[in-house]
Design a protein around this ligand. Sequence first.
Ligand SMILES: NC(=O)c1ccc[n+]([C@@H]2O[C@H](COP(=O)([O-])OP(=O)(O)OC[C@H]3O[C@@H](n4cnc5c(N)ncnc54)[C@H](OP(=O)(O)O)[C@@H]3O)[C@@H](O)[C@H]2O)c1
Length: 222
Amino acid sequence: MSRIVVIGAAGGVGTRLVGELIARGDDVTAVHRRPEQAGQLRTLGAEPVLLDVADEVRSGSLDGFVQILPGADAVVYAAGASSAPIDVARLVDGDGVAVAARAAEAAGVDRFLLISAFPDAWRGKGMPAAFEEYMGIKKAADVALVATGLDWVIVRPGTLTNRSRTGRVALGPAIAYGDVSRADVAAVLAELVHRTEVSRQVLELTEGTALITDAVDAVARL
Ligand SMILES: NC(=O)c1ccc[n+]([C@@H]2O[C@H](COP(=O)([O-])OP(=O)(O)OC[C@H]3O[C@@H](n4cnc5c(N)ncnc54)[C@H](OP(=O)(O)O)[C@@H]3O)[C@@H](O)[C@H]2O)c1
């Protein structure tokens, strides 16, 4: 059993990840933004912790994270604020990652998984400037995490869907762009968090044909 801290635990991927980890017997600390989300996370079997990442960044302190992280085996950063104003997204998807990574280093938690974004997402579709800015924020967060001494893994899923879990994906450092269900993203993260031989890799993820365990075995050999 491992103790995993999931930041953004009440989200579409986050909730499914909490379920995957609990099913594996992990002890899950579920960091969420709104008080009314605690009940659902507790019902899943996690320990909910209320923490607004944007407030934590604005405070300039690591205290909120540092209270949660000691003793954890890994952190998964699944928070995102794509539908919020871009300044809030910058705090949650951008600076929040760097702050959480610094807090992990301060707390002695080495393993840190980040859900980023697929670089080819919606390219050529005439997306608004705010979308390009959001993608830039996601990339800058990747850059900040890669610059740390942590045992990081960055997962860049294609466009997320709410389709059901298939247990099969495409996963690799450079793959063709496509969709992937939040359920399969959660299942891949739950596998990767325990597979410490996969370290300091940026991995793109879409739906595909490989069993998740085989797909992770393959990237572990890279
Ligand atoms: N949509 C796509 O096609 C796509 C593609 C690739 C990557 N991604 C990335 O995948 C990640 C997860 O996506 P998702 O569908 O699971 O998103 P989601 O359902 O919106 O979940 C994100 C979670 O982050 C939480 N959050 C937002 N602001 C926060 C704050 N200030 N403090 C703490 N938590 C906060 C949200 O809280 P609330 O529930 O309270 O809002 C939500 O629970 C995101 O980082 C997104 O950028 C998305």
